[in-house]
Design a protein around this ligand. Structure first.
Ligand SMILES: Nc1nc2c(c(=O)[nH]1)N[C@H]1C(S)=C(S)[C@@H](COP(=O)(O)OP(=O)(O)OC[C@H]3O[C@@H](n4cnc5c(=O)[nH]c(N)nc54)[C@H](O)[C@@H]3O)O[C@H]1N2
Ligand SMILES: Nc1nc2c(c(=O)[nH]1)N[C@H]1C(S)=C(S)[C@@H](COP(=O)(O)OP(=O)(O)OC[C@H]3O[C@@H](n4cnc5c(=O)[nH]c(N)nc54)[C@H](O)[C@@H]3O)O[C@H]1N2
Ligand code: SF4
Ligand SMILES: [Mo]
Length: 883
């Protein structure tokens, strides 16, 4: 294996290039200065990649029924299992569920097997939950699923609108590029459309904090405003589009006046007028949208409402402008290219008869699927009903990430055959498998990914495989061979897969499909190994295009784009804002989905260590929710527990819960247990952003936290959460039924040799214990009554770095308060340099710091990836107000 490699970050769709080098103390990860996506930058997650590579927790060997087997046995079992179901019940009774975190090569082979050879289109992907609404919107408008802009457009724009995107946390490097461009060109304006205040709205000139789910009214109103202000591009509309009049009529009906929009969206009319005026008067506008629009029961219409604005003003295909659906996962785009969704075929073909025939001939496919397959939510309902009897789940965790997650899990538990390929041994989905296939992880596997601006980058291996892990494409090819299709799946390596895919993009493509990889179809293995980032479409001579549709030619048969008439629909299940609040869910800065990698590094878990619900102080007062207390959340389909965080940036009547906690890291903290299977009728994308929820205080009889150098299992409590901290594990616990004797229980749980310190106050309900060995802290337990408070965690955790716990520190352990000279840095704010909240507040007070830059100069916080800068600014404001 090499000592250094250039590869691509495995997290978000920005697709940053990274340079990894082996150094004495492990792998060092830096931003690749030459990569066009990030030009050397990395965010907190990318920068911490080197700390996530340890083999602990990995799935290392194939297993059947929990028993280790060899690969041949496992693959034979998969092939036999699928063959038997197909023979008995037909190809519609089997399914694959794959992921935007697969590489293009993996994705391509999976698709070829299911759609071309098994003969069913029951292969869908978690991208269904992610950007299938945007795909459908692009296809309706352009006749092709194509992002017409590039990242530079965001820097060249005079107005960037973030609609339903918290890019500062979800696409940090791209957000940093926008923030830097704004610093350079202060006349550049930013609007953020989001019901809650976010880190992204930190740089907003207009934070349009609209009523949840009301975006279509806002966007329709803007179309009306453009028309009334005489700012339409009549020439473009006439020459290149269809359907404008109907779209404007629908918009007028829904949003006749600015005041009507302000009322419907519950916005200040002045703020709305300011935003509308900026959009109307600025030529170079990029509207970047994400899950706040997509994850909605009318997500496709919302995407089209955005695109309508750009078509109506001709602001498309030219520098600094365009409608930009940003993708979430590292290879969501690659999946779209090779037909990852159940309603597409590979290489931008779909189920039109001519396409089906072309794909059949290209693959020489014996049993090509002729009609779309089941979309994710329907697919798992079919698993539950028994219509699908064998399912192979790859690189995704549906028992965690789909709505009605408990039902999905129950469906898997009742399914005849569940095959799971994953890198880790314990996820909510992996627990339900019959056959486990260990997959190569980041650093071990090679292939390509496509980022949000259509840029294809190489992912390169630099680590030996963990255990017997193998590439996903290889597993599909091996099963294909075992099903009798040796020739079709005879790929020597991933380069061979890539060539075939690239060739398919060129096949009978007389500019009827914009996706073309031209000369990449003939890359030899060496050239593939060296492939530099390259944006499609590629002409035969290798020239690529950063922007599309500049010529006004689209991909509907008549080459004209389509306006779509959008009649706004409210969220399917309404909350009244009083007894039922709107449950909004989404992402945190330092965690990635079910945290299978990001929870491995203490730097990343420190920012938001526990599952929480963010509540506006007014709602909290009304509902008797205390900051730092626990809450019970009841949705239509399930319930959860979470820590309460008060935040006045929350919209009153709405709460925010991060999506990240699953049973692998916490107990009763799966937010998707609450959400119903409401989907967009066209795209099938679930409504993850607005569900009614009842939030009430949950008052446990006892609460506790444990610190331990060893990982612990089987802890008591209705509520439990595991946190990887520096040098130790922390467990946050709370419950009603408590152990008979805390002393006995703690000794049992934290057992081991050494010296015990103990403090018990049975009447006060307090119990504290610590075990020291060779002068170092091994384990500690802090128990209190449910209505009292526990010590701060940060300074206690820091004791794990000490080689000798002196008398003063022992005393501190027992009284639960930092002693003289011990610092309580508080919860982490900057994860790059591990700088805590208390340290920052103190520095602001002591040195009268007024800017994030001043904090950075003193404490380094915010000077590396910059992701915490919005938070620093808020801390400054709040500290200065508090005095
Ligand atoms: N740190 C981190 N980054 C990630 C990921 C991760 O897990 N962690 N995942 C990646 C993936 S797969 C994806 S898809 C992207 C998602 O990236 P984003 O879509 O930016 O992230 P979310 O937090 O899901 O949601 C965005 C915002 O939508 C807002 N919203 C809720 N309701 C509405 C509404 O009615 N209207 C509007 N306008 N906004 C609303 C939410 O308040 C939230 O701030 O992130 C990617 N990047
Ligand atoms: N409430 C709520 N729910 C949501 C969302 C939301 O905003 N709110 N967002 C939705 C969105 S946009 C998304 S994208 C999904 C994400 O949800 P999931 O896809 O379910 O989440 P991950 O934790 O990323 O799961 C990826 C799994 O793949 C494994 N893995 C990683 N690399 C590889 C590989 O190369 N091969 C194999 N075989 N396995 C690998 C990891 O170990 C991990 O277990 O969640 C969706 N669910
Ligand atoms: S922005 Fe961060 S998570 Fe996204 S690709 Fe870049 S380094 Fe990775
Ligand atoms: Mo996503």
């Amino acid at each position: 294996m090499p000592e250094a490699a250039f590869t691509t970050c495995p997290y978000c769709g920005v697709g940053c290039g990274v340079e990894v080098t082996r150094e004495a103390d492990g792998w060092k990860v830096r931003g690749d200065d030459a990569h066009p996506a990030n030009l050397g930058r990395l965010c907190s997650k990318g920068a911490a990649l080197g700390e996530t590579l340890s083999p602990d927790g990995r799935l290392l060997y194939p297993e059947i029924g929990g028993q280790r087997v060899n690969w041949d046995t496992a693959l034979d079992a998969v092939a036999d299992g699928f063959r038997q179901v197909i023979e008995k019940h037909g190809p519609q009774a089997v399914a694959f569920y794959v992921s935007g975190q697969l590489l293009t090569e993996d994705y391509y082979v999976a698709n070829k097997l299911m759609k071309g050879f098994i003969g069913s289109a029951n292969i869908d992907t978690n991208s269904r939950l992610c950007m299938s609404s945007a795909v459908a919107a692009y296809k309706r408008a352009f006749g092709t699923d194509t992002v017409p802009v590039c990242y530079e457009d965001l820097e060249q724009a005079d107005l960037v609108v973030f609609a339903g995107s918290n890019a500062a946390w979800a696409h940090p490097v791209l957000y940093q590029r926008v923030a830097a461009a704004k610093r350079k060109r202060p006349h550049m304006k930013i609007a953020v459309i989001d019901p809650r205040r976010t880190a992204t709205s930190d740089i907003a000139d207009w934070h349009v904090a609209l009523k949840p789910g009301s975006d279509a009214v806002l966007l329709d109103g803007l179309l009306v405003h453009l028309a009334d202000a005489g700012k339409l591009d009549e020439t473009f509309i006439a020459a290149h589009t269809e359907g404008f009049d109907a779209a404007l009529d629908a918009a007028r009906a829904a949003a006749p006046t600015l005041d009507a929009v302000a009322a419907a969206c519950e916005l200040d009319p002045h703020l709305l007028a300011g935003f509308y005026a900026a959009f109307t008067d600025t030529e170079k506008v990029v509207t970047l949208w994400s899950q706040g629009l997509n994850q909605s029961s009318s997500g496709v219409d919302k995407g089209n409402a955005v695109i309508n604005l750009h078509l109506a003003t001709g602001r498309i295909g030219r520098p600094g402008m365009g409608p930009f659906s940003i993708t979430g996962q590292p290879n969501a785009m690659g999946g779209r290219e090779v037909g990852g969704l159940a309603n597409q075929l590979a290489a931008h073909m779909d189920f039109a008869p001519a396409d089906v025939d072309r794909v059949r001939r290209f693959w020489n496919a014996p049993r090509i699927a002729a009609a779309p397959g089941l979309k994710a939510v329907d697919l798992f309902q079919a698993v539950t009903s028994g219509a699908v009897k064998a399912v192979w789940i790859v690189a995704t965790n549906p028992a965690f990430s789909l709505p009605e997650a408990d039902a999905v899990r129950a469906g898997l538990a009742g399914c005849e055959l569940v095959v799971v390929s994953d890198c880790v041994r314990d996820t909510d989905t992996v627990r339900e498998a019959h056959i486990w296939l260990p997959a190569l992880g980041w650093g071990e596997k090679g292939g390509t990914v496509t980022n949000s601006e259509r840029c294809i980058s190489r992912v390169r291996p630099f680590l030996d495989p963990a255990g017997e892990a193998r590439p996903d494409w290889w597993m599909f090819a091996e099963v294909g061979r075992r099903l009798g299709y040796a020739d079709a799946f005879d790929f020597a390596d991933e380069a061979a897969v890539f060539r075939e895919y690239a060739d398919m993009t060129n096949f009978e493509n007389d500019d009827t499909r914009d996706l073309r990889l031209g000369p990449l179809a003939t890359l030899d293995t060496a050239a593939y190994a060296d492939l530099q980032p390259v944006q499609w479409p590629l002409a035969d001579d290798g020239t690529s295009r950063a922007r599309l549709f500049a010529d006004g030619r689209f991909y509907h048969p008549d080459r004209r784009a389509r306006f779509v008439a959008v009649t706004p629909r409210p969220p399917a299940r309404a909350a009244n804002g009083a007894d039922t609040l709107v449950l909004n869910t989404g992402r945190l800065r330092d965690q990635w989905h079910s945290m299978s990698r990001t929870a491995k590094t203490a730097r990343l878990t420190a920012h938001r260590p526990e599952p929480f619900v963010e509540v506006h102080p007014d709602d909290a007062r009304r509902l008797h929710l205390a900051d730092g207390g626990l809450a019970h959340l009841l949705g239509a389909d399930g319930e959860m527990l979470a820590r309460v965080r008060l935040d006045d940036g929350q919209r009153p009547g709405s709460v925010f819960v991060p999506m990240h906690w699953s049973d692998a890291h916490a107990r009763r903290a799966r937010v998707n247990a609450l959400l119903g299977t409401i989907t967009d009728p066209i795209s099938g994308q679930p409504e993850f952003k607005h569900a009614p929820v009842v939030v009430a205080p949950w008052r446990p009889h006892w609460q506790a936290f444990l610190l331990s150098r060893q990982r612990l299992a089987d802890l008591p409590g209705e509520y439990a959460c595991e946190v990887r901290a520096k040098g130790h594990w922390r467990y946050e616990l709370a419950g009603d039924g408590k152990p008979a004797d805390w002393g006995v229980w703690v000794h049992d749980t934290l057992r081991g040799s050494g010296e015990w310190l103990e403090y018990a106050d049975p009447t006060g309900g307090r119990f504290r214990a610590a075990r020291l060995r060779d002068g170092r802290l091994e384990a500690a337990a802090f128990v209190a009554r449910g209505d009292s408070t526990l010590p701060e965690r940060d300074w206690l955790g820091r004791m794990y770095a000490e080689d000798h716990i002196d008398d003063a520190a022992r005393m501190s352990l027992l009284v639960g308060r930092p002693g003289k000279g011990m610092v309580d840095a508080g919860q982490s704010v900057c994860s790059c340099f591990s700088v805590g909240l208390n340290t920052i507040i103190e520095a602001i007070r002591e040195h009268d710091l007024q800017t994030p830059e001043a904090i950075g100069a003193l404490l380094q916080a915010g000077t590396n990836c910059g992701s915490c800068v919005p938070e620093l600014r808020r801390i400054i404001a709040e500290t200065r107000v508090a005095g």
